[in-house]
Design a protein. Structure first.
Length: 94
């Protein structure tokens, strides 16, 4: 395989990595919407003395959702580093 063919395959792989980054960002956006809905429901139940189980469930769901968001951020970071390693394009400093 010649150098041009290898570069073409690297470029194709870089595109796949970018698409995976987009999917991670979309998942993160979905979790952000989920977190907003959880918090809205919690706020609606906040003064209800009979909703203790529901509020406890929502607090656990909030923590689980944040953990999923952290996982997505780690995936995005890993994909970014893979892209940099593959392409040699460095992240520009401030």
């Amino acid at each position: 395989m010649n150098e041009k063919e290898i570069e073409l395959l690297k470029n194709n792989l870089a595109i796949v990595i970018q698409k995976n980054q987009e999917r991670e960002a979309q998942a993160l956006q979905g979790y952000q919407e989920q977190l907003k809905a959880i918090n809205c429901l919690y706020d609606a139940l906040e003064n209800d003395p009979y909703a203790t189980e529901e509020k406890a469930f929502l607090k656990k769901l909030e923590a689980d959702t944040i953990e999923k968001m952290q996982d997505e951020l780690n995936h995005e970071k890993g994909l970014l580093l893979e892209y940099v390693d593959l392409t040699g394009i460095e992240i520009k400093g401030d």
